[in-house]
Design a protein around this ligand. Structure first.
Ligand code: ARG
Length: 569
């Protein structure tokens, strides 16, 4: 619908010899505060300077001219102050929109606009010394959603995971286990079992500061290939991996490519020695290899420790190169914003090393996640576990369902799990990525308000209307006179492709989240104002088409957030 308005505006601008690209016009078009003022409005302020005329006069003049050449898609054009307001031909437009949605179904909104090509998206990339935590849930929600949005935008997405499975942190868990594990096997989810030893290490090291040095010595041994150290490492890492795989599965993510620091860090060292020869890196007096980035406004950065062991950035140099070997056009790293500096340094070093792919790297960084005061106090020295949080939200979902109806146990659990995931994912994704946030389990699970469960509930409501009407597929209908609510809902449905495109360009799932919520609200307003089943035949068919279209679009929209719908709540 908007494209018609863009077309008309571009014609009149050309006629007036004003050079204005269509994308600019599209960005400037606004939706008036009430539908009495039209469906779209174009602000004329931007033209005032070039046309040497007041915006109000321009609006008036253009509105008159456009009115003379109206197409049948637009009913009326009117100047309101400095705006040109467009009133669409509701009947014709609505019919077109609904028919298109019913025809395209789950590919409605698909486009090929975000032309990156092959994109690798890396998330959540944990360390193997402890289980996934609250921040990883935000990471996975964002990583999966951005993957889906970019796929919908016509790109080939490769979901990658980089596991930091070696290094000083891992040695710490290992040392604590060596000292007090007594060869025990996991008696709980195995990644949690490993994590307990990491917490234990911190406590032990407080009383015995020498342990830090011992962990460092263990790391040197690991890099030298010490048999006992490697055996212990393999055993504990397997536990960590098994546990994390379970969590990925539960959250609904899968990877197409897996990288492990242990397998690539030596390649990182090679890059560093190479750069040392070329004079990009230098050896400091204490033996550490560094790069001086002070001229770029950054610091002096160590890339290899004095004892020769590899650090975080060492492996990242190799990783970026390995990824590029997969012929990708873009590479995105999803991590918390505490790593902003790391990625700035990494990308700059790669550029200085002369890698072409260094221009295609993007760090998608998100803000910190906290919990509301006093809730779910975590164990000392540890943050909230992802699994614990999913359990907690699932318990709340189950309680809510039990209040409403009696369901067989399996069905109850299936629904509680889907509702919980919708609550968690939506709560994260509705927040702008860069913002710090508080994750409130109670708020996230509420069945009304701006939440995942509210959206699932609206979807199920639409489904139940269609079920009652016993329609399989709506083939024939025509739009007669529309009520305000019907029109508003249809207009929102028509905006979906534009929102998807925008979300892809900005790597921003919150745009899809906001859209889903607004769409569901308009549907609920329609539901309360317009009866479907009691309406006369023509009207009923048309409303059924509207309900079905809503179902399709909400499902597509939620799918881009990684949220599965439920036919019944
Ligand atoms: N394992 C790291 C951490 O937990 C994140 C890794 C991010 N990816 C990367 N290529 N550096 O902090």
């Amino acid at each position: 619908m908007k494209s018609e308005v863009v077309k008309i505006l571009s014609i009149i601008l050309v006629e007036n010899r004003i050079n204005f690209p269509n994308e600019e016009i599209e960005k400037l078009i606004e939706i008036p505060p009430s539908s009495e003022m039209g469906d779209f409005a174009f602000p004329c302020f931007v033209l005032a300077k070039e046309m040497k005329k007041s915006p109000n006069l321009i609006a008036e003049d253009f509105a008159k001219k456009i009115t003379k050449n109206l197409t049948d898609k637009i009913e009326k054009v009117k100047a309101i102050g400095p705006y040109i307001n467009f009133f669409l031909n509701k009947q014709q437009d609505s019919e077109k929109v609904l028919k298109e949605i019913l025809k395209l179904k789950n590919s409605y909104g698909k486009n090929s606009d975000n032309k990156i090509g092959r994109v690798m998206i890396e998330f959540p990339s944990p360390n193997t010394n402890k289980p996934l935590h609250l921040g990883h849930l935000r990471n996975m929600a964002i990583g999966e959603s951005v993957s889906r949005i970019l796929e919908f935008g016509g790109n080939k997405v490769i979901r990658a995971n980089q596991t930091n499975d070696r290094g000083i942190h891992i040695c710490k868990s290992m040392l604590a286990y060596q000292k007090s594990g007594n060869g025990k096997k996991p008696d709980k989810k195995p990644d949690h079992f490993v994590g307990d030893f990491y917490v234990m290490f911190s406590k032990m090291a407080k009383e015995n500061p020498g342990l830090e040095k011992e962990a460092q010595e263990m790391l040197v041994k690991w890099e030298k290939g010490d048999k006992d150290v490697l055996a212990l490492w393999k055993k504990m890492n397997k536990w960590a991996f098994d546990g994390m795989d379970e969590t990925y599965k539960r959250f609904g993510i899968k990877h197409d490519a897996n990288y492990y620091e242990s397998k690539i860090y030596t390649k990182g060292k090679e890059i560093i020695f190479d750069g040392l020869n070329k004079g990009i890196f230098k050896k400091r007096d204490d033996g550490a290899i560094i790069i001086d980035l002070t001229n770029d406004g950054l610091d002096e950065k160590v890339v290899l420790r004095a004892d020769g062991t590899s650090i975080y950035i060492t492996q990242d140099l190799a990783l970026a190169k390995l990824k590029a070997e997969k012929n990708i056009d873009g590479s995105i790293y999803v991590t918390g914003n505490e790593q902003d500096y790391h990625f700035k340094v990494l990308f700059l070093i790669l550029k200085k090393l002369g890698f072409k792919f260094a221009d295609n790297l993007k760090h998608l960084s998100y803000g910190m996640v906290g919990l509301p005061e006093g809730k779910m106090k975590s164990r000392e020295g540890n943050v909230v576990d992802a699994d614990e949080l999913m359990d907690e939200v699932q318990n709340l979902a189950r309680e809510e369902l039990e209040k409403r109806q009696k369901l067989p146990k399996r069905e109850l659990e299936k629904r509680a799990s889907k509702i919980a995931l919708s609550a968690i994912k939506y709560h994260f994704l509705k927040t702008d990525i860069f913002k710090n946030m508080v994750f409130d389990p109670k708020e996230s699970i509420s069945f009304d308000g701006n939440t995942g469960p509210y959206l699932l509930y609206s979807y199920a409501r639409a489904n139940s209307i269609l079920k009652k009407a016993k329609v399989k597929e709506i083939k024939k209908f025509s739009v007669g006179k529309f009520e305000k609510q019907e029109w508003e809902l249809t207009k929102k449905l028509s905006e979906f492709p534009v929102v998807v495109k925008d979300a892809g360009e900005k790597y921003n799932p919150s745009l899809i989240a906001h859209y889903s919520y607004e769409l569901a609200q308009l549907f609920n307003e329609f539901y309360h104002a317009c009866s479907v089943m009691e309406a006369e035949k023509n009207k009923r068919d048309c409303r059924l088409a509207l309900v079905e279209s809503f179902k399709i679009v909400l499902k597509n929209s939620l799918n881009l957030l990684g949220i599965e719908t439920l036919e019944e709540m």
